[in-house]
Design a protein around this ligand. Structure first.
Ligand code: MLT
Length: 263
């Protein structure tokens, strides 16, 4: 099985609209979209519709007013000044997606990079939302999937590569060591992970998105929260209908409910 890495938007945008038979895409947006998605689904959300724009999210909500609207621009919850009226119900912090808030609900979600990356991969045989939180579960699900190729898709920050996504891809490669045929980019992220893994939190001092989140007091705790490795067992998969739902290995949190303490 071939394993390769797309380092950011310039690479993953080329996938948009293409059929990718035999390919499993694992999309990483560690800070924070895919970490938030696995948290929400673990906490009982029925499904998440990742959409690229605020207008698409609003259109989905008009078609189904029971939908919760979630997402960020500049890291902050989308407010009335952006939508022209309807404030979003949730931002993009995993701490907001507790069972009390999202249990049994469907959510339309738009974030700067993560939902865009998920959408770009829609032609793959399987699209999985990966993060440090569910890393082991995702690595095992890929093993069982028996695909010809695994593409690790780093969502990035803006138009650039994001260190935290590359490190998560490297951590995934570590789990696959000796099992896959690594492309050069896979070796590159694996090397980076080996340098950073003894102090992942410290490494975030060099990551642009982490520094931005840390500079906003109400979002700062998200960085540490999203760096916890293997605390969730769910594997969110994108369906052909465009909805992200728990796939195989679903919803078995190891006694953790990262959203539980949210207000
Ligand atoms: C994104 O999708 O670009 C990120 O999740 C941004 C964020 O940290 O909210």
């Amino acid at each position: 099985m071939e394993i390769d890495v797309l380092m950011g938007p310039a690479e993953f945008e080329r996938l948009a609209g293409r059929e990718l038979p035999g390919v499993v895409c694992v999309v990483f947006d560690v800070l924070r979209a895919t970490s938030t998605a696995v948290t929400a689904l673990t906490n009982g959300a029925e499904g998440i519709l990742p959409v690229a724009t605020v207008d698409e999210a609003l259109a989905a909500w008009r078609g189904d007013p029971d939908l919760l609207l979630a997402g960020e621009r500049g890291g902050l919850r989308i407010g009335a000044e952006i939508t022209g009226g309807r404030e979003f119900d949730l931002g993009n912090s995993p701490r907001e997606f507790g069972r009390d808030r999202v249990g049994g609900r469907r959510i339309a979600m738009t974030t700067t990079n993560g939902t865009r990356a998920l959408r770009a991969c829609a032609g793959a045989e399987r699209v999985i939302a990966g993060s440090f939180l569910n890393l082991g579960a995702v690595a095992s699900a890929c093993l069982r999937a028996g695909a010809e190729k695994i593409l690790l898709v780093c969502s990035g920050t803006g138009e650039a590569t994001a260190l935290e996504d590359a490190l998560a891809a490297g951590a995934f490669c570590e789990r696959w060591m000796g099992r896959g045929d690594f492309g050069d980019a896979a070796w590159l992220v694996w090397e980076a992970w080996n340098v950073a893994k003894s102090d992942l939190f410290g490494a975030m001092g060099r990551a642009k998105n982490a520094r931005r989140l840390r500079s906003i007091p109400e979002l700062s705790p998200d960085v540490e929260l999203c760096l916890r490795v293997d605390c969730l067992d769910g594997v969110p998969c994108l369906g052909r209908d465009g909805w992200l739902r728990m796939g195989e290995g679903a919803a078995v949190p190891r006694g953790l409910d990262p959203g539980r303490d949210s207000s």
